[in-house]
Design a protein around this ligand. Sequence first.
Ligand code: L34
Length: 294
Amino acid sequence: MAASIIDGKTIAQQIRGELTGEIAQLKARGVIPGLAVVLVGDDPASRSYVTAKEKACHEIGIYSADHRLPAATSQAELMALVRQLNGDPRIHGILVQLPLPKGLDESAVLLAIDPDKDIDGFHPINVGRMVIGEKAFLPCTPHGVIQLLVRSGIRIDGAHVVVVGRSNIVGKPLANLLLQKSPHGNATVTICHTRTKDIGHHTRQADIVVAAAGRPNTVTADMIREGAVVIDVGVNRIEDASKKQGFRLVGDVDFEAVRLKASFITPVPGGVGPMTITMLLYNTVASARRHHAG
Ligand code: L34
């Protein structure tokens, strides 16, 4: 079987279209959703993601406040900025792009963000709320993966999903969302990681495989059951002198071989990446609405 390609750009565009109406309603009440974007240091990939996020805000009518700080920024300076943004009424969402440069304490920064402005869903309060199934900001990449599945007509309820990767940003929260007792959950979830003995043994049982390991070729064709759904969260830069930027992007999945066996597969680029950005817009709009409820 040759897989259908799940087009993340098209689905992202569809959701952005839905948000446009909500933003118009907020604006009619004098509310402009506002996102503060904080980037510390000059990691090229982070810089490109942050730029794409700001552009997406601009296109849809979300106010974005750009804060680009040098890698030498101190913990105290960064904490002071977060506190200032916590108190800024124009700002409904605070995004501190990860990873932070060495020497900065990531968890202290995430803890300093007002949970009601934590549109990444990384504050322990929101992580905890998500785990027990309470209303919370859902982390953007996991939420984007779920939307890709749901909007492609792929049934999560009752499916066996194998998540490869256990990061705090993707693997752990995604596994949690998938097993929630909810219409977009109810999956049987297995999590594999670097210490798993035989990852293929697990992935071959899966109806849906999510690759979120951060390493090219982590999921190869021999690891996939015929007809399985494969979601590739990886975004890896591979040196390539034939490209004008000097690199090309690959995911964690051996795409060309796996697409011949899977029923659905996401490409890289153009799969999960655009959804991550879209769910950030979604959370920012939701936060603006909550801040101005009633
Ligand atoms: N705080 N840090 C915070 N929140 C996040 O949600 C993220 N993440 C991850 C890294 N750090 C973060 C992102 O924004 C990963 N990530 C992200 C966002 C966008 C894209 C990829 C990763 C993306 O747009 N990918 C495009 C290709 C981009 C390119 O050309 O370089 C794609 O089509 O996959």
